[in-house]
Design a protein around this ligand. Structure first.
Ligand SMILES: NC(=O)c1ccc[n+]([C@@H]2O[C@H](COP(=O)([O-])OP(=O)(O)OC[C@H]3O[C@@H](n4cnc5c(N)ncnc54)[C@H](O)[C@@H]3O)[C@@H](O)[C@H]2O)c1
Length: 396
């Protein structure tokens, strides 16, 4: 079997995917692209003599690759995803898939027309505990989901913030509190196999956590979003929450019991049944360390509790097997819409916003010209606030 040729667009986070792709043994990095040449040093050790280096996306994408990994700026994935799909090149996009509703529509239309696969690189949905919870939920011993919770809590010191946020117009300086929400919602969607159909949100500001540089907009530190799911349950998720201290946590509460990752130990799972509804042979309450069932030693070499390896492997296997990824264009864009419309909800006193079914052209068409965005467009213009403290400067 010939190995797949993978292109990496953006070489900071991109180096992690180059490493994971190499470890799978099924792909190699044929090309990388970054307009900051000094960032090539991050990735070189995972490349070969054949790897080509580019600073221009259009030259890079035409260099003869099967698939591209989009690890460029958070707010600029959609247009490159569409360009690649139009050329029949498979896309693995980092979060966020799209930062406007119009971009969500563009991605879904391009994915439908393309013979190539679109997938979101949502590594947190590949934790060993998430895999186990998905299997347990399918087993039906817990009954249907009623309520779910997902938290992504990642505080940064001021020094770290400045290191990862080189300029005041960088995406990290402008990102509203709820946009980076795939790490909290994607695992829940995958476990209960459901999609959000509406969102209400509240954004939180704390004077104790102000860390922006002089001249930057005052930012909220967390967003709490309530997602009404198609199957009837409600999921409470955070965006990228900046309160202390660091950690992820997932809980699924069902009719007959609950399961949750153990706080502070994301590789362990706590499972709890109602006394009167325990399956035969089960304990009423158990806590178990969950290990990956395959490729464990490769997973351990990659970041995010192995998630970086398994998400890359799944993408490559989807291509090789002609299989639709779980986080395809529709489910991925539904998550983008939770971030985008959840932010609007928090600026409108928690009003509920409907999430369209992106597989339905009639429903999504209503959003094809919805370009409201807190990030600058190609001319540097911003038409929506990134913080509630600037809301009065915009016509929202
Ligand atoms: N899933 C995770 O756990 C995880 C972790 C870190 C980052 N990310 C995601 O990965 C993406 C990248 O994150 P990062 O921290 O590396 O961001 P970054 O902003 O630090 O780096 C982006 C890189 O892309 C390059 N780039 C951007 N636009 C370009 C263009 N048009 N042409 C050429 N090069 C271009 C930049 O020079 C830079 O090297 C983001 O979407 C982020 O959300 C995800």
């Amino acid at each position: 079997m010939d190995k797949l040729k993978i292109g990496i667009f953006g070489t900071r986070r991109g180096a992690d995917f180059a490493h994971a792709a190499e470890l799978t043994g099924k792909a190699y990095v044929s090309a990388v692209c970054d307009f900051e040449e000094k960032h090539f040093d991050n990735i070189r050790k995972f490349c070969s003599e054949e790897t080509q280096y580019f600073s221009d996306f259009d030259e890079f994408i035409d260099s003869g690759m099967d698939a591209v990994v989009l690890t460029n700026y958070f707010n600029q994935h959609a247009k490159y995803a569409v360009k690649a799909l139009e050329k029949g090149i498979h896309v693995l996009s980092e979060t966020l898939p799209a930062v406007t509703m119009a971009e969500c529509v563009d991605i879904c239309r391009a994915a439908e027309k393309s013979k190539a696969i679109y997938m979101l690189a949502e590594n947190y949905a590949y934790f060993s505990t998430v895999e186990k919870m998905t299997e347990l939920y399918k087993g039906k011993t817990l009954g249907g989901a009623i309520y779910a919770e997902g938290e992504y809590v990642h505080p940064m010191s001021y020094e770290e913030y400045v290191h990862y946020t080189p300029t005041s117009d960088h995406w990290r300086a402008l990102m509203p509190s709820g946009y980076y929400m795939t790490h909290s919602l994607a695992p829940l969607m995958k476990i209960i196999d459901d999609v959000p159909v509406a969102v209400n949100a509240v954004s939180i500001y704390s004077d104790d956590l102000r860390q922006e540089r002089d001249g930057e907009p005052v930012k909220d530190v967390a967003s709490i979003m309530l997602c009404s799911m198609k199957g009837g349950s409600v999921a409470r998720v955070t965006g990228w929450a900046k309160f202390g201290g660091h950690g992820n946590w997932y809980r699924i509460a069902c009719a007959k019991g609950s399961m949750e990752t153990v706080r502070g130990d994301q590789d362990s799972l706590r499972l709890l049944y109602n006394k009167w509804e325990m399956p035969e042979g089960a304990e009423q309450e158990s806590v178990e360390k969950i290990e990956f069932t395959h490729d464990r030693e490769k997973g351990e070499q990659c970041g995010h509790a192995g998630g970086d390896y398994y998400v890359t492997l799944d993408f490559i296997d989807c291509i090789l097997e002609g299989r639709e990824p779980y986080f395809n264009a529709y489910r991925s864009c539904a998550m983008s819409a939770v971030g985008i419309l959840g932010w609007r909800s928090s600026l409108h006193n928690g009003e509920q916003y409907k999430i369209p079914d992106f597989s339905n052209e009639e429903e999504r068409k209503a959003y094809e010209n919805d370009n409201l965005s807190p990030f600058p467009d190609e001319n540097g213009n911003i038409n929506y606030p990134c913080t509630k403290y600037e809301a009065d400067k915009f016509d929202i």
